[in-house]
Design a protein around this ligand. Sequence first.
Ligand code: EPU
Length: 344
Amino acid sequence: MAASIFVKMIEQNVSLKPYNTFGLNAQAKLMARVGSVPELQVVLADGNLKREERFILGGGSNILLTRDVDGLVIKNEIDGIEVIGESPEHYFVRSGAGVVWHELVMHCIANGYAGIENLSLIPGNVGAAPMQNIGAYGVELKDVFHSLEAVEMASGNVETFSSADCQFGYRESVFKRKLKGQFIISSVTLKLSKTPNVNTSYGAIEQELEAMGISSPTIKEVSQAVINIRQSKLPDPKVLGNSGSFFKNPVVPNSKFEELKAKYPNIPGYPAGAETKLAAGWLIEQCGWKGKVVGNTGSHSKQALVLVNYGNATGVEIFELSEQIIRSVYDTFGVHLEREVNVY
Ligand code: EPU
């Protein structure tokens, strides 16, 4: 496709409200929807567009927009799911970065590809999954990750990243750190099992399966249990704007945990390597924020870790609430909360 033809498809002055799960009304000066790697390369190489600040948008589920984008939003709509290989025990399933994550999960379950059922109903697109190594109910993306392809913005070249290259951590990857803003993920390949090895170790899943009367669950049943739990606790972004967990669970030295436990015997803590992971939701709740409404925003009544937009919030308002929460948790517990959501 010639660049000039493509550039005509660039939209101007686009409201980003439908494209971020907080439902925030920021404007994009320019927006290009790309459905393939060659289309993306055309946009990246276009001389007129090169001067513009670039903002990569996937499912918009992990972004807090505090201002307009005075540049080019590249909306990643690269589609397609296919099995690109198999071994005696695994399928290698490649998905376009623009596929809705939960649709990939449902597709894999329907076809008997096991390993991502615990990650059911996580909002966002496939391309965002490795960015922050999404995780829930005892499974992280890195557990099933094989490789990804990403386009370097400066050169337009496609590069392949192995799991080691991605440097996954808790809600972390090289794309949030050293390579921030340098690559656009175009596809992700997962290594999924032919023989399901269900992981029901997370307390809430065990309880939900018991309530469902199921003792040896299929991957579909594990997925349904996860969906039930999420729907009971986490607000649906289509109904109430939110971005899932707004903060990360803080990891502290064991000595700090012991100190806190002496003062607050009920404080939850989970081993994380040689340290302890605290529950940010618990810390925030103890500070009195859970269910509190502050103007057009607030902390959700069923999960304090989730900040919500009651309709007309601005990104700045939500950011300011998050600042207040960070300050109050620090003043009470001496623990610094870090945002999980990317602030723009
Ligand atoms: N808790 C409270 N009050 C709250 C929320 C939680 O006391 O308002 C306590 C719970 O009682 C429990 C502990 O905190 O003892 C952990 O709660 P939960 O199982 O709900 O999980 P979480 O640590 O709050 C994390 C992820 C979620 C993921 C769940 C399930 C992070 C930042 N969040 O939440 O991920 O779904 O575990 O695995 O790691 C997301 O990243 O957007 C997200 C929703």
